[in-house]
Design a protein around this ligand. Structure first.
Ligand SMILES: [Fe+2]
Ligand SMILES: [Fe+2]
Length: 470
């Protein structure tokens, strides 16, 4: 059952046709989804042919098929990584038991909440990015934006399938509400703060896909371990799509850096902004903002929810296999506490620190990404180094919420914080400058002056390939 049936109204590899009630319910949700896409998805480009990849098989290789598609005709569907025989629960109090094919009654509310929280981020990011198509720096970038958008739409489908299939009436209501909340709307906001932040320029978009989509990756990794098997298999397939989103962010920033370094070498005595490039310090401020905001998405350092989710076998650690002990009943984790004046260290039960464990892996991966950008500077002979902000910096959730720390993690006074913000976070002038650069470039093979071309095309296409037919 690994092939995807595209003859169906809703493409799927879950034999949807055999469950008429479920099929009908999802087919009723489908037009609401398309209406949401037309209202809140990418503005203006719904009639254009876009060179997109679509899943044709969920097998490890060859799942992607590239062709021109109009976005509203994209075949959003339901794809799960196939059963690998009988799976066992890999962690927590149910370790070694057979994975659940149905929702265990006692965990129903927790599971629904986990799924809804993940689901809500998917349409939220599409909403945040809806106007970016109007200012894309190239057709290559425009296509990548739309690829990310349609796949976030598909991730919403993946979660809505779970809500419809396994949570009855309240699942269907949650699915409807996912199309009603709106990013940044004061009355009906999206659930998590980062997903209500405006993302109005391409530097923000690249930071978002680097840091915020990577949070998504880590949440999916932990849910891919879930004892609730349909959730685990949904998340596994989502992870294959997610990789491209982070590629867009990682290489997007690298290309901005490369272009700035070129300009700095051409005009060593001028500020890069005099020649239409984005100063490296300004890029660092954008990084600081999105990196800190995305760290919040993991939740509080010490969390009884995270302990409950782990104990229940609902949400594990990323790559749970690599650990020896999957029960972690007696282990402790040492973390930092802030009493308003001093940092102290404290041992907490490891199960209560699962958010922090997940965040650790995430931070390590980001550090590698920052080094990748530093190599761009090195190659150009520019002695600038980007830094990932300390995890105490500019946090609004958890131990350090609202406290004042600089990007190196030192506590600072309120006055120093106020003064430092201009150096550490995007200023109104930065935003105005970056915005002034956001003019669309639509000629195939051409790029805006603030960003270098990519090293290679999508699906090995030539440099002047027409990724979007305007
Ligand atoms: Fe996603
Ligand atoms: Fe994503």
């Amino acid at each position: 059952m690994t092939g995807i049936d595209y003859s169906q109204k809703i493409p799927n590899n879950v034999d949807l046709a055999s469950d008429k009630r479920l099929q009908r319910a999802l087919e009723r949700w489908q037009p609401d989804y398309i209406n949401w896409w037309r209202d809140m998805g990418p503005s203006d480009f719904n009639e254009n042919d876009v060179y997109l990849r679509t899943a044709v098989s969920v097998e490890r290789d060859g799942w992607a098929h590239f062709d021109y598609v109009k976005m509203p005709d994209y075949r959003w569907g339901i794809f799960l990584t196939p059963h690998e025989g009988e799976r066992q629960i890999g962690f927590g109090d149910h370790f070694g038991e057979t994975a659940w094919q149905q929702v265990p009654g006692e965990y129903r509310n927790w599971l629904r909440r986990l799924i809804v929280t993940q689901a809500d981020t998917e349409p939220a990011s599409v909403e945040q990015q809806r106007l970016l198509g109007l200012t894309a720096p190239s057709l290559y970038d425009l296509r990548n934006l739309f690829q990310v958008n349609v796949e976030e739409g598909r991730h919403l489908w993946a979660m809505v399938y779970l809500l419809h299939s396994y949570f009855g009436k309240d699942g269907r209501e949650e699915a409807d509400e996912l199309l009603q909340r709106r990013s940044g709307n004061a009355d009906q906001p999206r659930i998590l703060t980062t997903f209500n932040e405006p993302c109005e320029d391409w530097l923000s978009f690249f930071c978002f896909t680097m840091f915020t989509d990577r949070d998504g990756k880590y949440q999916l990794l932990s849910l891919a371990e879930s004892g609730f098997d349909p959730l685990a298999r949904s998340c596994r397939f989502m992870l294959t799509e997610e990789a491209h989103h982070m590629f867009v962010g990682q290489t997007g920033i690298a290309r901005v850096v490369r272009r700035t370094c070129e300009v700095m070498n051409e005009h060593p005595d001028a500020c890069p902004s005099e020649h239409g490039a984005i100063p490296l310090e300004m890029i660092q401020r954008y990084i600081n903002f999105w990196a800190a905001s995305s760290l919040d998405l993991f939740g509080a350092e010490v969390s009884s929810n995270s302990a409950n989710f782990f104990a229940a076998g609902l949400k594990g650690r990323a790559y749970e296999d690599k650990y020896e002990d999957h029960l972690v009943k007696d282990d402790c984790y040492e973390l930092e506490r802030w009493d308003g004046e001093r940092i102290t260290r404290e041992q907490v039960p490891l199960r209560n620190a699962m958010n922090e464990v997940l965040r650790d892996g995430y931070v390590d991966e980001n550090l590698k990404g920052v080094e990748y950008w530093n190599r761009e500077c090195e190659k150009a002979g520019i002695p600038f180094r980007f830094a990932y902000p300390h995890r105490r910096f500019n946090r609004t959730i958890g131990e350090f919420a609202g406290a004042r720390f600089d990007p190196q993690g030192n506590a600072v006074s309120e006055a120093d914080w106020q003064a430092g913000q201009r150096v550490w976070l995007p200023t109104p002038e930065d935003k105005a400058y970056v915005k002034s650069l956001m003019r669309p470039v639509t000629e195939p093979g051409k790029f805006a002056g603030w960003i270098a071309p990519p090293l290679r095309g999508i699906n090995s296409q030539a440099a002047d390939f027409e990724y979007v037919k305007l």
